[in-house]
Design a binder for this molecule. Structure first.
Ligand code: NAD
Ligand code: UGA
Length: 430
């Protein structure tokens, strides 16, 4: 059994910690946010993630999981230190490394205070060169070079199914400059049935960014083709299901809609553009993916205006406020520009999301909140679906006819079955 410190108890850190503890490792999760730590100590997960609370409480009962605000002590008593803090980007694509630097400094202190050779594993998503160019020098300021091994192992989990993804990954990537560092990380994952890929650190860092750039580009292409299908009056679903019979074209991640949001796809594409340009290569395709994504939400407003002409004084239901269904995370949610545009056009907006009310209100306080879908639809002159909420499954035209003043539904995520929408003015992107 290894002793593992996790620094940064957010979506990645807490999930990683619980998954490792379920494997039988002894985990201490550390975070600077004392409110967050006190919730975790009580077995409460501070964000929505299916199965995580149960998993957390089970490993706490077994004595395999602790939480603390003292990263230095957590690292000092551990064999491994996982670095899982946020790496947000600025608008022009620069990586904000402030949290990474602070956490690396604490890890260095823990290494210097503790005994034995510690393996430090960077899990945050970073620009190629960060592990060797930022993390190692910070640790060397305080700790002896023989007191630690350094590796990067990026995370590929999705919010809403994070624990399942962390425990059944498609692959583990380990970037390290020495065989011994790679071996230390590999030993934690040898029970998994997936491929384990060993590379140098910069390649591992780039694999993560490339994966997110690929996913963002797939969604961007789906949206572009859906917009074109709408222009030509043909069905995107029919087109794409025939196109993806080609074995070279994997059919997943091609659902069109109002654009991709979340804390990672937009940020990671921005970072590739920012650092690529700085390094002498301007990634024009990725620039176009981001530029198209920034305006894609307007398709839902355009379709609504085609049906209603003038939005002034209209009451519009906005279903799905988080960046996708199954999460309470509103970071870069497309519901934010949709709500702001509706309000700017003189409409009133009533929002519904079973998980994200409070976090969304902090972003757009002018939105009225409903606590059920029928309440949101009641008396409305139109509805936009922004996220694939599980509650939308199985809804039929009657669910809208019953309560809406004008039954106009703009499905911005292909979340409803068009065959069940006879009798209402149902429009979708694609
Ligand atoms: P998050 O914002 O949910 O959590 C980060 C945590 O780090 C916060 O709790 C914060 O208080 C803590 N923190 C900040 N500075 C600290 C410090 N000095 N010491 C200790 N704790 C500190 O972030 P996240 O979503 O978990 O993302 C973390 C990293 O993982 C990012 O680089 C992100 O791009 C990457 N990633 C995220 C996901 C995802 O689905 N959210 C998936 C894969 C990779
Ligand atoms: C994404 C990646 O899928 C993960 O592999 C990665 O680890 C993570 O980013 C990260 O680096 O943080 P996540 O942000 O949880 O995971 O969300 P996704 O499920 O990828 O969805 C992202 C956005 O794309 C959402 O707004 C979603 O609605 C949209 N999307 C997704 C579509 O519009 N169409 C699709 O077909 C798929």
């Amino acid at each position: 059994m290894a002793k593992i410190a996790i620094v940064g108890a957010g979506h990645v850190g807490l999930v990683t910690g619980v998954a490792l503890a379920r494997d039988g490792q002894e985990v201490t999760c550390a975070d600077v946010d004392s409110d967050r730590i006190s919730l975790i100590q009580q077995g409460v997960v501070p964000f929505h993630e299916p199965g995580l609370s149960e998993g957390l409480r089970a490993v706490q009962r077994k004595g395999l999981f602790e939480a603390t605000t003292d990263s230095v002590e957590a690292v000092g008593k551990s064999d491994y230190a996982f670095l899982c803090v946020g790496t947000p980007s600025t608008k022009d694509g620069a990586m904000n490394a402030e949290y990474l630097r602070a956490a690396a400094h604490d890890i260095a202190m823990g290494v210097a205070k503790g005994t034995g050779q510690k393996a430090i594993v960077l899990k945050s998503t970073v620009v190629p060169g960060t592990t060797e160019g930022i993390i190692r020098p910070i640790i060397l300021e305080t700790a002896d070079k023989d007191a630690f091994l350094l590796a990067v192992s990026p995370e590929f989990l999705r919010e809403g199914r994070a624990l399942a993804d962390a425990e059944n990954p498609d692959r583990i990537v380990i970037g390290a400059e020495t065989k011994s560092a790679a071996r230390r990380v590999r030993s934690l994952y040898s029970h998994l049935g997936c491929p384990i890929i060993e590379t140098d650190t910069a390649t591992a860092e780039m694999i993560k960014l490339a994966a997110n750039a690929f996913l963002a580009t797939k969604v961007g292409l789906a949206n572009e083709l859906a917009n074109l299908c709408d222009t030509f009056g043909v069905s995107y679903d029919q087109v794409i299901s025939a196109v993806t019979l080609d074995k070279r074209l994997n059919p997943s991640f091609l659902v069109p809609g109002v654009g991709f949001g979340g804390s990672c796809l937009p940020k990671d594409v921005r970072m590739l553009i920012g650092y690529g340009t700085q390094g002498g290569y301007k990634p024009r395709l990725l620039e176009a993916v981001l530029a198209q994504n920034e305006v894609q939400y307007m398709r839902s407003i355009d379709l609504l205006e085609e049906e209603l002409t003038d939005l002034r004084g209209k009451r519009i239901a906005l279903l799905g406020l988080a960046f996708k269904g199954g999460t309470d995370d509103v970071r870069e949610s497309r519901a934010i520009p949709i709500a702001e545009t509706l309000l700017a056009k003189g409409a009133s907006v009533v929002g519904y999301d079973g998980l994200a009310h409070e976090s969304f209100l902090a972003q757009v306080p002018e939105v009225e909140m409903a606590y059920t879908i029928p309440e949101a639809l009641s008396g409305s002159h139109g509805c936009i679906i922004q996220a694939d909420l599980p509650e939308l499954e199985g809804l039929t035209a009657n669910d809208f006819l019953r309560t809406m003043q004008i039954p106009i539904v703009i499905d911005g995520r292909s979340a409803l079955d068009p065959q069940l929408m006879d009798g209402i003015r149902y429009r979708r992107i694609g």
